[in-house]
Design a binder for this molecule. Sequence first.
Ligand code: AMP
Length: 187
Amino acid sequence: MRAVLLGPPGAGKGTQAARLSVRLGVPAISTGDIFRVNVKGGTALGLTAREFMDAGHLVPDEVTNAMVRDRLAQDDAAEGFLLDGYPRNPEQAVELDSMLAELGSGLDVAIEITANFDVVTDRLLKRAQVEGRADDTEPVIRKRLDVYANSTAPLTAFYAGRGLLVQVDGLGGIDEVTDRLVAAVAA
Ligand code: AMP
């Protein structure tokens, strides 16, 4: 199973990606997590990514694409993966296609977790208090939702046009949403 997980920040992608990866038996690969590990470790990649992340902007495509290309070439991703947070714009989606073509494969499904902006804003503000993520302040949350609406939301039509899109309602309990996702992927 080669899948991408789409949806606005705060829709529950990270939580659901971890659960779905267990159910599907493929690694969950989160570009946001990889960036955060690098920021914490003070690597060159982390230093580059940090200023974009802290402002709620996308890290430049050339940096992000190279990182994903390396990650997908690793052994554990050979039989499948669940990408969480990538692609984030149509240019990355095209790049993903060409990475997979080079590896002799292609995408099976694009799963979108839908959630309304008021709900996700609320969730992100609550998460800010619990996790203390640097990019969970109100102005940065608004910026990230803006970036989502302008750059990422067009991916819905992009994947729908290719017959790969399934949409799952992200409202409800965590288990309930996981069950919906599993059912949607199985169908
Ligand atoms: P996330 O954990 O997915 O919400 O990502 C946190 C931040 O990491 C984003 O706001 C971006 O700054 C950066 N990021 C994660 N994935 C990508 C991507 N595919 N392209 C560009 N930037 C990304």
